[in-house]
Ligand binder design. Structure first.
Ligand code: SAH
Ligand code: SF4
Ligand code: F3S
Length: 493
C-alpha cells in the first residue's frame, strides 16, 4: 500500500469507532455474474499492494481463505513474498482448542511490532477467534484494523473500504451468507473445496463451533453445481463438498417431496452434480454419525465418481461419554454404520476424530475408546485432548480430568492409531491403485504425490519406464510397493 493512499493514523488509546452490521446488496451466483465481475475487477484494480493470509484450523477456514484471497486479488492486491513484507495481513483463525486460539496471539505480536513502525499496514483477524472475541480482541490488540467472523468472508472487499476511511471495523453480527461472485484463489489447481452447508445446529457440549459459525445455511444445489462447473472448466478434477456436518445438508432448504422425504439431501446433491464432465472425483466431509444414512452409503456405492473414503468422527467409544457429549448416537449405531459401509464398499477407508479426557471420563471409559479403535481398524484418527472452550456447557463442569492424565491418554491412543493405520495400509501392498497427481513431492522433485480414491497419500516417480514425464492433474495407475502408517509409495504402470 502506498502511504499516500492512507488518511488515518493510529491514535493511542485506540477506540472502536464503527460497527458494521448491514450490507447493501445480495448478489446471486451465476456464470454471467462471474464474467461481469471479472470485467469489473479488471477495470477497478487499484494497485493496492501486497497481501498475506495465514490460515489456522479446518478445511472450512482453508476454503474461506481461498475466497478472501480471490477477493483481495480482484481488487488489485498481489500475494506478498512473506508475511513480514505484506501491506495487508490476514490471520484466519481457529479456536477449536485453547492451543489453537493462543497461536494467533503470538503471530499478532510480531505484526503489531511492524505496525508501530508503519501505520499503513492493515491487520485483519478473521475466522473463529474473531467471531468468539469480537470487540474484546480490539481491546486486547488495538493495532487491529478489522475483526471479521466467518459469516462475513464474502464481504471482505466492502469491509476494507470502511477500513480505508479510517475506521476500525468489527463484523461479527449474525449474517446471511450471500452467494458469492468472487472467484476463489485456490491453492490447488486440481482439487477444490466447495462449501455446501455453513454453520452447525448441533449442541455437542464440548464444542465452540456452533457459537462461532452460526446456524446451518445450505447453499442451493444450483449454486453448488455452478461452482463445480466453473471448477471443471478451469481444469479441476476433484471436488470436496464441505460442511461441519455435511449430512445435514439441505434440511434448512424449503421443499418436501410427495413421499414425505426432504427434497434436498446430501444424496440428492451428490447425484445432482455427478454428471459434470472432467470432474473425476467427488468427496465430502465431515459426516456426523447421527445423520449418516444407509441411503447415503448406497448412493456412494452406486455413483462411480464418489470416492471410497468416509470421515466419520466418533469422539468416544463409551456410551455414557457420548451421552454427556450430546452426540445423539451410541457406539452400537457407529459400529452398524461402519459394518454397512464395509458390506457395500469393502475397500473403503474410514477415518474419524476422537477426544480423550472429556470431563468425567474414567479409565474404563477411556479404554472403551481404545477398544473401538482396535476393533474398527481406522485408516486414520485425528485425536485431541479435551480442551474447555468458552460458552460451552462442559467447560463449567466440576469433573474435569487432570491435564497430566489427558496427555498420557492421548499418547497411548496415538500409538494405537498409528499401529492400526500401518496395519490397514498393509492391505495396499502389491495392489493396483488409481492416483490423482496433486503436486510434486516438495522433498524430492523427481517424485509426484497424489491420493488414492481412498485418500491415502501416495508417492511415485515422475518418469515412467518409457521415459514419459507425468504431470500434476493426471490420473495414473500405479502399483503400491511400500507402505507406511500415513503414506504409500508406488511404481508407475
Ligand atoms: N463437526 C464435526 C467436527 C468438527 S470439530 C463432528 O461433529 O464430528 C473437529 C474436531 O475437533 C471434533 O471432531 C473433535 O474431535 C475436536 N474438538 C472439538 N471441540 C473440542 C474440544 N473442546 N477439545 C478437544 N477437541 C475438540
Ligand atoms: Fe461441533 Fe458437534 Fe457441530 Fe461437530 S457437530 S461442529 S462437534 S457441535
Ligand atoms: Fe477451528 Fe473454526 Fe474450523 S474453530 S476447526 S476453524 S470451524
Amino acid at each position: 500500500m502506498k502511504s499516500s493512499e492512507h488518511q488515518f493514523r493510529i491514535a493511542e488509546p485506540k477506540i472502536i469507532r464503527n460497527l458494521i452490521t448491514n450490507y447493501p446488496v445480495a448478489i446471486s451466483f451465476n456464470l454471467k455474474h462471474i464474467s461481469e465481475h471479472e470485467e469489473l475487477a479488471n477495470t477497478s484494480r487499484e494497485g493496492q499492494g501486497s497481501y498475506w493470509i495465514t490460515t489456522f484450523g479446518c478445511q472450512m477456514n482453508k476454503a474461506d481463505s481461498e475466497r478472501m484471497a480471490g477477493i483481495l486479488e480482484s481488487i488489485g492486491y498481489k500475494v506478498a513474498r512473506s508475511e513480514f513484507e505484506a501491506d495487508l495481513v490476514v490471520y484466519n483463525t481457529c479456536t477449536i482448542r485453547d492451543n489453537a486460539e493462543q497461536k494467533v496471539y503470538s503471530y499478532l505480536g510480531r505484526q503489531t511490532l511492524r505496525k508501530r513502525n508503519n501505520a499503513d499496514i492493515i491487520l485483519v483477524v478473521a475466522g473463529c477467534v474473531a467471531q468468539q472475541e469480537g470487540a474484546s480482541l480490539l481491546r486486547r490488540v488495538p493495532e487491529l484494523d478489522l475483526v471479521m467472523g466467518p459469516q462475513h468472508v464474502n464481504q471482505l472487499g466492502y469491509l476494507l473500504t470502511q477500513v480505508r476511511t479510517g475506521q476500525q471495523v468489527i463484523a461479527t453480527e449474525d449474517n446471511h451468507i450471500f452467494e458469492d461472485i468472487t472467484i476463489a484463489r485456490r491453492e490447488s489447481t486440481i482439487c477444490g473445496w466447495v462449501n455446501a452447508i455453513y454453520g452447525c445446529n448441533e449442541r455437542c457440549t464440548y464444542c465452540v463451533v456452533p457459537s462461532v459459525r452460526g446456524k446451518e445455511q445450505s447453499r442451493l444445489p444450483e449454486s453448488i453445481r455452478m461452482e463445480v462447473e466453473v471448477l471443471a472448466s478451469r481444469g479441476f478434477r476433484e471436488i470436496t463438498l464441505l460442511g461441519q456436518n455435511i449430512d445435514a445438508y439441505g434440511r434448512d432448504l424449503p421443499g418436501i417431496q410427495k413421499s414425505g422425504r426432504r427434497q434436498h439431501t446430501l444424496t440428492d446433491l451428490l447425484t445432482f452434480i455427478h454428471d459434470i464432465q472432467s470432474i473425476e472425483r467427488i468427496r465430502f466431509a465431515t459426516s456426523h454419525p447421527r445423520y449418516f444414512t444407509e441411503r447415503l452409503i448406497d448412493v456412494c456405492a452406486d455413483l462411480p465418481k464418489v470416492c471410497e473414503h468416509f470421515h466419520i468422527p466418533f469422539q468416544s467409544g463409551d456410551d455414557e461419554i457420548l451421552k454427556s457429549m450430546g452426540r445423539g448416537y451410541d457406539v452400537d449405531r457407529y459400529r452398524k454404520i461402519i459394518d454397512c459401509i464395509r458390506l457395500r464398499m469393502p475397500h473403503a477407508s474410514i477415518t474419524g476424530d476422537a477426544i480423550v479426557g472429556f470431563p468425567g471420563e474414567t479409565t474404563i471409559q477411556y479404554e472403551n475408546t481404545l477398544r473401538l479403535v482396535e476393533e474398527i481398524g481406522f485408516d486414520q484418527v485425528n485425536t485431541a485432548a479435551y480442551s474447555p472452550r468458552p460458552n460451552t456447557p462442559a467447560a463449567n463442569w466440576s469433573n474435569q480430568v487432570d491435564e497430566e492424565i489427558k496427555v498420557r491418554r492421548l499418547k497411548r491412543l496415538n500409538a494405537l492409531v498409528e499401529q492400526k493405520a500401518l496395519e490397514r495400509n498393509k492391505r495396499y501392498l502389491g495392489r493396483i491403485e488409481e492416483i490423482l497427481v496433486e503436486d510434486v513431492n516438495p522433498k524430492n522433485p523427481c517424485q509426484l504425490m497424489g491420493r488414492t480414491r481412498t485418500n491415502r497419500l501416495t508417492f511415485c516417480p515422475q518418469v515412467d519406464s518409457h521415459g514419459n514425464c507425468h504431470k500434476v492433474g493426471e490420473l495414473l495407475m500405479v502399483r503400491i510397493d511400500e507402505v507406511r502408517a500415513f503414506s504409500l509409495s508406488a511404481t508407475l504402470l
